[in-house]
Design a protein around this ligand. Structure first.
Ligand code: PYC
Length: 312
């Protein structure tokens, strides 16, 4: 029976499953090439690791691979219920704590190679990780889109390692008991963006929708609801989504390098963000904690009708 070793964790409520052994051999190409190979040749592996019956729509997976760069402790290819992901902030916090749990790192600062570039993280030796994300920026401000059953909605398009549409004038109450309504609302926006061919700068699909509102806890600056590409909502404030938000705040002159921004999730959990400038680049720093929830061996029995996961 085939087996795959994983370490599960959650960051601010959002789960991560890191494959530490038993994954496919993707060769020695760049992380972009290996991500493509995972998508093209090993999609059933991705599917069966994160989806039912071993996982759920919410789970974000990561395959640890050898880095190509000497200044990185590991390479990681993130994936979710429907495909691969460029970068994942809460997942990177999970990777740091997982590597610590495995005894592969002690407290310190490390490079991590992702499909969208090198990121750096600092691990406290227990469960706290601060990551310096890829340069993040706002591409377009106040873009109008005509949404079925809702009307015109405006939002900013920003890059934080994934493409986001950030909306504040939505009139929705951001409470977790409304997760279904919020999912439907955000999904309609996503469909409208696709229909109107509104994309990221490189023509990239805007596959994350973020709704912002006032925080419930006054020590925080804002609350969000983030719809992920596979229609699960992020239980955390979303590391790449918070990076996109920081880039918009800087572009609007509302955040200066070094200022702290506390982003609250739909569950009330928090990631802390700040930025530094490197030339013209805005480099977000995102901090949070991850808790290990399982060390497990996934088993793949060829006789199991759902060995490769349940496809609906
Ligand atoms: O934390 O960047 C993130 C993320 C992306 C998708 C789910 N979480």
């Amino acid at each position: 029976m085939r087996s795959v070793q994983v370490i599960d964790s959650h960051t601010a409520g959002e789960p991560t499953r890191i494959v530490v052994a038993g994954g496919p051999d993707l060769g020695t190409g760049s992380l972009v090439e290996r991500r493509e190979r995972l998508a093209k040749e090993f999609d059933s592996f991705r599917f069966s690791v994160v989806n039912e019956p071993r996982g759920s729509d919410v789970l974000v997976g990561g395959l640890l691979v050898k880095p190509t760069r000497d200044d990185c402790v590991a390479g990681i290819i993130f994936f979710n219920n429907i495909g691969t992901l460029g970068m994942c902030g809460h997942g990177t916090i999970g990777v740091g704590v997982t590597l610590g749990h495995l005894g592969k790192i002690k407290a310190g600062t490390f490079g991590l190679e992702t499909a969208v570039g090198r990121v750096e993280f600092t691990y406290d030796g227990v469960r706290q990780v601060s990551l310096e994300n890829v340069p993040s920026y706002r591409y377009r401000k106040h873009v109008g889109v005509s949404v079925d059953g809702i009307g015109t909605i405006h939002g900013d398009i920003a890059w934080g390692g994934n493409w986001f549409f950030l909306v504040s004038d939505h009139g929705q109450q951001l409470v977790v008991s409304r997760a279904r309504e919020l999912t439907d609302f955000a999904h309609r926006i996503r469909l409208a963006l696709e229909r109107e061919n509104i994309t990221g700068e490189d023509g990239g699909l805007i596959d994350h929708i973020e709704l912002f509102g006032p925080p419930h806890d006054p020590v925080n600056h804002s609350r969000n609801f983030v719809l992920c590409p596979g229609l699960a909502y992020d239980r955390s404030p979303c590391g790449t989504g918070t990076s996109a938000k920081l880039a918009c705040l800087v572009a609007d002159g509302k955040l200066q390098p070094g200022d702290v921004w506390r982003q609250e999730s739909i569950l009330g959990t928090v990631l802390e963000g700040s930025v530094r400038k490197s030339g013209d680049d805005i480099i977000p720093r995102i901090s949070g904690e991850a808790f290990i929830t399982a060390e497990a061996t996934l088993l793949f029995d060829a006789a199991d009708p759902f060995c490769e996961g349940i496809r609906s």
